[in-house]
Structures are given as C-alpha cells and as structure tokens.
Design a protein around this ligand. Structure first.
Ligand SMILES: Nc1ncnc2c1ncn2[C@@H]1O[C@H](COP(=O)(O)OP(=O)(O)OP(=O)(O)O)[C@@H](O)[C@H]1O
Ligand SMILES: C[C@H](N)[C@H](N)CCCCCC(=O)O
Ligand SMILES: [Mg+2]
Length: 252
C-alpha cells in the first residue's frame, strides 16, 4: 500500500486553466528533479484518442510517460458534470472506485498533482461533490482563478467552502486565460490585493501569463519560473503524507 503525497488543483470554475497550470507546475517541478506525476481522477466533455482530453494535454506538455487511461481512468463524453456525464453512459461512480483507480499512480510517483473537474462544488458521484474527493484524499489545495472582473467573488467563495471543510489551501494562482490586461479590464490591477485582504492571509502565488503555445514544455517551465512562487508549492507537496495517512484506512 502506498502513501499519497500531492496537491489538488481546483478552479473557481470550469475553463479557468487548471490543466495548463497543472501541466506547467508539473513540468517545472520535474525540471528541478522532483518526481511529480499527474492524475485527473475523472474527466468529462471529451473523447480519448484525439489529443484533446485533459489527460492527453497533461502528458503532452510534461513529457510524462504514461497512458492517458492511466492518468484519467474515467473519461465521459458529455460536456456535463462528471456525475451526469457518467450516468449518460450507464456508469455510477463512487469515491472509493475513483480513488482505487488512482492507486497505481500514487505508487509510481513521489508526489502527484491532481486536477479536479470544474470547481469544488461540482457533482462527481450521485452523492459526492469534488470537495468530498479532496477531503477523502487529505491533500492540500491550490486554487486556479480567472484574472478579470468577477474573480474576487468566485475565489472567496471557493476559499470559504474549502475552509468550512477544514481543507488546507496552499495559495491561489491567477491565470490570464483570456489574455486581458488592465486596459481591457481595470479590475486586474486590484484583484490580487483584494483577494489576499479578504481571504485573511492567503497568498496569490503568481499570475500565470496568457500563452500562445500551451503544449510546449519549455514555454511552460519558463512561464512558471518567471511568474509563480514555487517554493511554497514544493514544500506543500513534500511535507505531507506518512504511515498514518487517513486514506490508508479506506484502502485494502
Ligand atoms: N494561460 C493561458 N494561455 C492560453 N490559453 C489558456 C490559458 N489558460 C487557459 N487557456 C485556454 O482556455 C481554455 C480553458 O482552459 P483549461 O482547459 O485549462 O481549463 P480547465 O480549468 O482545466 O477546465 P476543466 O474544468 O474542463 O478541466 C483552454 O482552451 C486553454 O487552452
Ligand atoms: C465539461 C467541463 N469541461 C468539465 N469537465 C465539467 C464541468 C462541470 C461544471 C458543472 C457546473 O459547475 O455547473
Ligand atoms: Mg482541465
């Protein structure tokens, strides 16, 4: 039985750039010698085999040598929450089987970057949200947020929900997924300061830039080095886990 060390990358919404940020962090950490793997427990809205699923994007841009089916054991076609997309294919997911399917990855890497689906309150199974999976995995969370107007509200609500459940938050990364600047959207100049102030001490660990070539590992690594504080992320990835990890009790 292996011990899970890792971090859950959630977003304030679907489409905020969790996959590009997860890819970039994994590529940068691996370039520093950390044996970091990637795991997308459930993906929806895509078909394997065309290079466009999150698992395929994570592998292409990090150079990690895995099959996409190993990185994302559950893929459903409908662009809906994982619970509904699975139901449309006659599948009823459970948290236990989602975690069991990730066991080989947990055993193969020193630490895992785990990408969620949408945000924390997205239905994952008939009776569980993404936040319930995070809770069961007992890993800290990194929040990816949009850069522009509306991000303060979405980010503070995400933080509040995680804190209600006692889930540790490593920090926030603001991703410029739409390539906007302060001239297009004046909120960009003050969003970081306001998120930090009203979240009571949490830190924005960086502003990930808009990229024209998100699949190029060198571009991703360079962007992380220029724009993200990696030290707290690396510390959080390495400082957890142990023989008494609560997940061990759920695994036989
Ligand atoms: N920094 C960026 N530079 C360029 N394009 C970006 C950036 N961030 C996000 N995008 C683009 O925005 C779209 C949504 O991003 P992405 O798929 O990474 O979101 P997500 O949060 O992973 O969504 P999901 O909930 O489906 O996993 C993608 O087409 C992606 O290429
Ligand atoms: C299909 C999409 N890309 C994600 N995989 C799933 C997003 C579900 C969002 C549900 C919601 O918040 O309303
Ligand atoms: Mg994604």
């Amino acid at each position: 039985m292996s011990t899970l060390r890792g971090m859950f990358i959630t977003g304030t919404d679907t489409g905020v750039g969790k996959t590009i940020v997860t890819s970039a962090l994994a590529a940068a950490l691996r370039a520093e010698g950390l044996d970091a793997g990637v795991w997308k427990p459930v993906q929806s809205g895509c078909l394997l085999g065309r290079g466009a699923t999150d698992a395929e994007r994570l592998l292409q841009s990090t150079g990690i040598c895995e099959r996409p089916e190993a990185v994302a054991p559950f893929t459903f076609e409908a662009p809906l929450s994982p619970m509904l997309a699975a139901r449309l294919e006659g599948v009823t997911l459970s948290l236990q089987e989602i975690i069991a399917a990730g066991e080989p990855l947990i055993g193969r890497y020193q630490t895992l970057l785990i990408e969620g689906a949408g945000g924390v309150a997205v239905p994952l199974t008939e009776d569980a949200l993404v936040i319930d999976l995070i809770s069961m995995l007992q890993v800290p969370v990194l929040i990816v947020a949009r850069a522009g107007l509306g991000t303060i509200n979405h980010t503070l609500l995400t933080i509040s929900f995680l804190q209600q459940r006692g889930i540790p938050i490593v920090g926030i990364i603001i991703n410029n997924s739409e390539g906007v600047d302060a001239l297009d959207d004046p909120s960009i100049a003050t969003n970081t300061e306001l998120i930090e102030r009203y979240s009571g001490g949490l830190k924005v660990l960086g502003h990930f830039p808009y990229l024209h070539d998100e699949a190029n590992p060198e571009t991703l690594i360079h962007s992380v080095r220029r724009s993200i504080q990696l030290v707290p992320i690396r510390q959080a990835l390495l400082l957890q886990g142990g023989d008494d990890h609560p997940l061990d009790e759920t695994r036989t």
